[in-house]
Design a binder for this molecule. Structure first.
Ligand SMILES: Cc1cc2nc3c(=O)[nH]c(=O)nc-3n(C[C@H](O)[C@H](O)[C@H](O)COP(=O)(O)O)c2cc1C
Length: 190
């Protein structure tokens, strides 16, 4: 029998390092798990950020950011970037992570992250505890080292983090099934 619960989750979540810069070029890093795909054409993503975060005001005024996907081996540094505030910490130096120029936005890319998106905010929806930044993806970057022979991102090579309350997991499980395989299987079973 199911019990009604006060615990509300959609999980697992991706773990991202979002970088955002102010008008003087100073930038900050924030770890986010409330991140999602929102549209495929034109491609949009969402990030949900509490108004109290230092990064929130930066995002509001810059209207653009980079969304960087860290690998599992960076977990300690990623957690650190989600545990201290850029108001009184230089997370680039303390984590540490390295800045790399982006192509279309003022915020830097995180050089260590092998997959990254450059994003422009198109709408901010205030929902209460969080503001949802609906953002258009301007550029997607994938390091050569995570591409398969067909030029597609190999998620095993990227080794991204998944967040389930309140811990980080690694996506090391085997592939269970392929997208759309059910139709092929049913057809072949007659
Ligand atoms: C795994 C993880 C996921 C997080 N996800 C979010 C999130 O989706 N939205 C949010 O507002 N804060 C999130 N946080 C909290 C911020 O990263 C944290 O408050 C950070 O210190 C804010 O940094 P800032 O003040 O420099 O912007 C998360 C933290 C961790 C560790």
């Amino acid at each position: 029998m199911k019990q009604e619960t006060g615990q509300v989750f959609v999980f697992p979540n991706p773990v991202a390092l979002v970088a955002v810069a102010d008008e003087s070029g100073n930038s900050n890093l924030i770890t986010l798990a409330w991140v999602g795909m929102a549209s495929s054409e034109p491609v949009h993503v969402t990030i949900a950020v509490r108004p109290q975060r230092y990064s929130h005001d930066l995002l509001r005024s810059a209207g653009e950011f980079t969304l960087n996907v860290p690998s599992a081996e960076m977990v300690e540094r990623v957690d650190y970037c989600g545990s201290v505030t850029g108001r009184d910490h230089d997370k680039w130096t303390e984590a540490p992570f390295t800045r790399e120029d982006a192509r279309r936005v003022s915020a830097p890319l995180v050089a260590e992250c092998k997959y990254a998106l450059e994003c422009s905010v198109v709408q901010v929806v205030s929902l209460g505890a969080h503001d949802l930044f609906i953002s258009r993806v301007l550029v997607a970057h994938a390091d050569d080292s995570i591409l398969d022979p067909h030029g597609h991102v190999d998620f095993t090579k990227l080794d991204p983090l998944a967040y389930v309350p309140h811990e980080y997991r690694r996506l090391t499980g085997e592939t269970l099934y392929r997208y759309g395989q059910s139709l092929r299987d049913r057809k072949s079973q007659g």
